[in-house]
Design a protein around this ligand. Structure first.
Ligand SMILES: [Ca+2]
Ligand SMILES: [Ca+2]
Length: 280
């Protein structure tokens, strides 16, 4: 949420001018804390300041949004994203874009992507490869909580842009999609992946957090984890069989691109709708 400050010093007595000058100095310090100067290692990243946010969903949100637009929906698909709980996180940086095939190729020597184009996101990568890429560029995978805070862009809407699904907001399984469950009333223009940054960013300036490719995050998946997760800097269960992937993709219903939605797969799985981005 942008901070807007209005200064009326020209019309105020001197003592207020002094107060305003002091306030302005504090404001500048706060602004620098919220937006630390970009360094070379943080290029193409956004700083998400320390703070609290509401993680997860309540009131069967995922199922109701699914049933609003689609015929086949099951409540059990959405149990793991409940209940809403307050999470406090330290500040962190996160990549503005999904990692592209071009960047993955440069760092890892080859790209396993199926939908080949340099500026499309890399997909068909295992969780292990995603983690290794981030380590090689001196970064790391985001935690699941960091990912959701970043994806929400500072708001609590159903989708990152508001409460209704829409065309042109995100790449999901719209009328161009080649799956039988495509949503014919929506048009995002892409059959498979889209070049990164083809859709508007969220309010943190991050692109494609919702849709295009799912994104591997650091955490193991726990079906009931939200009922017992720590209130500060949660990092997921200590062990598990599946790693979490977030944000939905070009194969998903609209309900799958909600910031609250959770999905998981075995970490050695390769899927042409799953990529990642890094944090720091
Ligand atoms: Ca699409
Ligand atoms: Ca994505």
């Amino acid at each position: 949420m942008p901070l807007i400050f209005i200064f009326l010093s020209a019309t105020l007595p001197e003592k207020y001018s002094t107060l305003i000058a002091a306030t302005a100095a504090v404001t500048t310090a706060v602004a620098e804390k919220l937006n630390p100067p970009a360094t070379k290692s943080h290029r193409d990243m956004v700083f998400i300041p320390a703070g609290k946010f509401s993680m997860g969903s309540d009131a069967n949100q995922g199922y109701l949004i699914c049933a609003k637009y689609n015929k086949t929906c099951h409540e059990k698909w959405f149990n793991d994203e409940q209940p809403v709980h307050t999470v406090k996180l330290r500040g962190f940086y996160i990549d503005i874009h999904e990692v592209t095939q071009e960047k993955f190729q440069r760092v890892m020597g080859e790209s396993p992507a199926k939908h080949k184009t340099a500026h499309r996101p890399v997909e068909n990568v295992t969780w292990f490869e995603a983690r290794e890429y981030c380590e090689r560029v001196k970064k790391r995978l985001p935690t699941e909580a960091e990912w959701e805070r970043a994806a929400r862009g500072g708001n609590d809407f159903v989708f990152s842009w508001g409460d209704e699904a829409g065309s042109g907001k995100v790449n999901f399984c719209d009328r161009h999609c080649d799956k039988s469950w495509r949503m014919k009333n929506f048009d995002d223009g892409f059959t498979h992946t889209a070049p990164v940054g083809s859709f508007p960013p969220n309010e943190y300036g991050l692109f494609d957090m919702s849709g295009n490719v799912y994104e591997w995050v650091m955490d193991w998946h726990g079906e009931n984890y939200y009922r017992r997760s720590p209130a500060e800097n949660p990092a997921g269960p200590e062990s598990g069989s599946k790693k979490v992937m977030r944000g939905g993709s070009w194969i998903n219903y609209a309900t799958g691109v909600r910031p609250a939605d959770r999905t998981a797969s075995k970490p050695n799985a390769r899927m042409d709708f799953v990529g990642f981005r890094c944090a720091q």
